[in-house]
Design a protein around this ligand. Structure first.
Ligand SMILES: [Zn+2]
Length: 188
C-alpha cells in the first residue's frame, strides 16, 4: 500500500497549491476548451516548473495537461541535476498523468486539491477509480497528499463554476468572460 495522506492544513503545500490555483485561473481566462487546472513542479521547496491546462491555442504550447507542462518546464525529461520531486496540482491528476508521473523516477510526492469525484459530481469528468483507491490497492511509486483546507478547496472550485463539458464528445467550454467578471468583483 502506498502512502495517502489528507491534510486539513499544511502551511507549505497550501501556499504552493494557491499558486497552482492562480495558474488554473489563468487557464480559465486564456483557454476556453480545457478543464482549468494548474500545477507546480517542486525541487524541495523550490518551484522549478509551472503549467496550466492548455487548449493549444497559444504559440509553443501543445494541448497538454497542467502536470505534464510543469514537469516539462522543470526539465524532468532532460539530464538535470535538479529535477522536480513533487507535483502540486489544483486537481487530482487524471489517470494518464498519473501514469506519466509514475514513470518519472524523480517524483516522490503528488499533491492535489480538488478530488476527481467532486468534478464527476459536476459532470466535468467521468467516474474513474480515484488516486486514493489506487493507492490503497497498488504500490504507487509516489506518496499522495490530498489538501483539504476549506479556504483552498473553495478557491480551487471557482474556475469549475464557469466550466461545462459534454462527456460524450469531451468538448469542454470555459466561460472565460464570466470568470473574468467574477475575478473582477471578488473580494480579496
Ligand atoms: Zn492529466
Amino acid at each position: 500500500m502506498s502512502a495517502f495522506e489528507t491534510y486539513p492544513e499544511h502551511l507549505f503545500f497550501d501556499a504552493v497549491a494557491n499558486k497552482a490555483i492562480d495558474l488554473a485561473e489563468r487557464s480559465a481566462l486564456k483557454n476556453g476548451k480545457d478543464i482549468p487546472v494548474g500545477a507546480i513542479a517542486l525541487f524541495g521547496a523550490a518551484i522549478v516548473g509551472i503549467g496550466y491546462a492548455s487548449d493549444g491555442g497559444e504559440p509553443g504550447l501543445d494541448h497538454m495537461h497542467a502536470e505534464l507542462v510543469a514537469l516539462e518546464a522543470a526539465g524532468n525529461r532532460l539530464i538535470n541535476p535538479f529535477p522536480a520531486d513533487t507535483v502540486v496540482s489544483s486537481m487530482e491528476p487524471c489517470e494518464s498523468c498519473q501514469e506519466v508521473i509514475a514513470l518519472d523516477e524523480n517524483i516522490t510526492t503528488v499533491v492535489f486539491v480538488t478530488p476527481r469525484t467532486e468534478l464527476a459530481g459536476r459532470g466535468l469528468v467521468n467516474h474513474r477509480r480515484s488516486i486514493e483507491e489506487r493507492a490503497a490497492q497498488f504500490e504507487l511509486p509516489y506518496n499522495v497528499v490530498r489538501l483539504d483546507n476549506p479556504d483552498v478547496n473553495q478557491r480551487a472550485l471557482e474556475p469549475f463554476n464557469y466550466t461545462t463539458r459534454d462527456l460524450i464528445t469531451g468538448k469542454t467550454k470555459v466561460d472565460s468572460d464570466g470568470f473574468r467578471a467574477h475575478i473582477a468583483q471578488r473580494i480579496r
